[in-house]
Design a protein. Structure first.
Length: 172
């Protein structure tokens, strides 16, 4: 029989002793800290983790507060600007803007009397972000506009805040 210790047994013994020593050291360290009243607080790593967690929460929650509908307002104003460009192309080709209240449909299909129509200027006329039709009137009723027509979205339901080509708006 071989009396030399096997490496596996020695290794297991060393690991067990080391683990027991660390456990005893931690237990005595906690006892000494609480017994002497020396509570130093959190470590730097704990503080950094806490700040990172707070930053993540703020990044996720903050954009959702107070900006309800601002993306819809931006989308409506962008669509109005797109209609303005399409109406200018219609006027350049035909020499006049579409008249009446269904003039936006003249961007999609050729109206009667338009002999130089090179459309369609739009594939379709979308609804505003709140599901309502855009309103087009030519001639314009609001003279604050540089355009001879009024083009607007009625805006969010329940609010009396139309978004139109004559309403100066700052981007939200």
């Amino acid at each position: 029989m071989d009396n030399t210790p096997k490496w596996d047994v020695i290794q297991t013994c060393l690991i067990t002793c080391w683990a027991n020593q660390r456990t005893m050291h931690r237990a005595s360290h906690r006892t000494n800290r609480t017994a002497s009243g020396d509570m130093r607080g959190m470590t730097l790593i704990e503080v950094i983790c806490l700040l990172a967690l707070a930053a993540i929460v703020l990044i996720v929650v903050a954009p959702r507060r107070g900006h309800h509908g601002s993306a819809r307002i931006t989308a409506a104003m962008t669509q109005i600007a797109t209609f303005t460009t399409q109406l200018a192309a219609f006027r350049d080709d035909n020499g006049f803007f579409p008249s009446g209240t269904n003039g936006l449909q003249d961007l999609v299909r050729q109206p009667a009397g338009a002999t130089n129509w090179h459309g369609p200027y739009a594939q379709s006329i979308p609804k505003d972000p709140w599901g309502q039709d855009y309103v087009y009137e030519c001639p314009a009723r609001h003279r604050a506009s540089d355009h001879p027509y009024d083009l607007l979205s009625l805006g969010p339901p329940g609010e009396n805040t139309p978004l139109g080509n004559w309403v100066p708006r700052s981007t939200p």
